[in-house]
Design a protein around this ligand. Structure first.
Ligand code: URA
Length: 209
């Protein structure tokens, strides 16, 4: 599949397996998601632009690299996106944060927006959209549609699990948006859940039902 990066690092795959198990507690599910998000942040930020600055070590002056440009924006699709957001913020603590509230209409499975709040100067920023599950792809497409109205420099999409249907939908609508995921599962069921999946990510993160 075109612009899709499956992060098949052993640590990522091991943690994902632990999260999928139905008997994983809320506590361990949330902790594992945070750890996975840190590992994924490492891959997703690999091509961030750098600049050299002058610094002084205790011994001498040198030129050394720092990340260039305006701060990255992490955009969480509420509410499950917040599970990934926190892990990513622990490795990119200076990132700005946006939130998009979308719920899935249970009948049509289309995305309905109820909240949208972004940092300023989005046209000068790179954006990473986070949502653990790329299922139908409808929320992802709606989020990217809205973000593109603000004309950011780039947009990437990060999830934990993707369904082939969701990947196809997002890529058809936004082929310029690379997708980073830990796995692409078999299919969606009739209710829009990923199979074999890991269940409802929001419920598992927050211990709701
Ligand atoms: N959202 C979830 O939380 N789980 C799925 O399997 C699909 C969408």
């Amino acid at each position: 599949m075109g612009n899709v990066h499956v992060i098949d690092h052993p640590l990522v795959q091991h943690k994902l397996t632990l999260m999928r198990r139905k008997d994983a507690s809320t506590n361990s599910f949330r902790r594992l998601l945070g750890e996975l998000a840190m590992l994924m942040a490492y891959e997703v930020t690999r091509d961030m632009p750098m600049q050299e600055i002058d610094i002084e070590t205790p011994l001498e002056a040198m030129k050394s690299k720092v990340i260039d440009g305006k701060k990255l924006v992490l955009v969480s699709i509420l509410r499950a996106g917040n599970g990934i957001l926190e892990g990513m913020l622990s490795v990119v603590p200076g990132a700005r944060v946006g939130h998009i509230g979308l719920y899935r209409d249970p009948k049509t499975l289309t995305a309905v927006e109820y909240y949208f709040k972004m940092p300023s100067e989005m046209h000068e920023r790179d954006v990473v959209v986070v949502d653990p599950m790329l299922a139908t792809g409808n929320s992802a497409v709606a989020a990217v549609d809205r973000l593109k109205e603000l004309n950011p420099k780039s947009i990437k999409f990060v999830c934990l699990l993707a369904a082939p249907e969701g990947v196809a939908t997002l890529q058809a609508a936004h082929p310029d948006v690379p997708i980073y995921t830990a796995a692409i599962d078999r299919q969606l069921n009739d209710h829009g859940y990923i199979l074999p999946g890991l269940g409802d990510a929001g419920d598992r993160i927050f211990g709701t039902k």
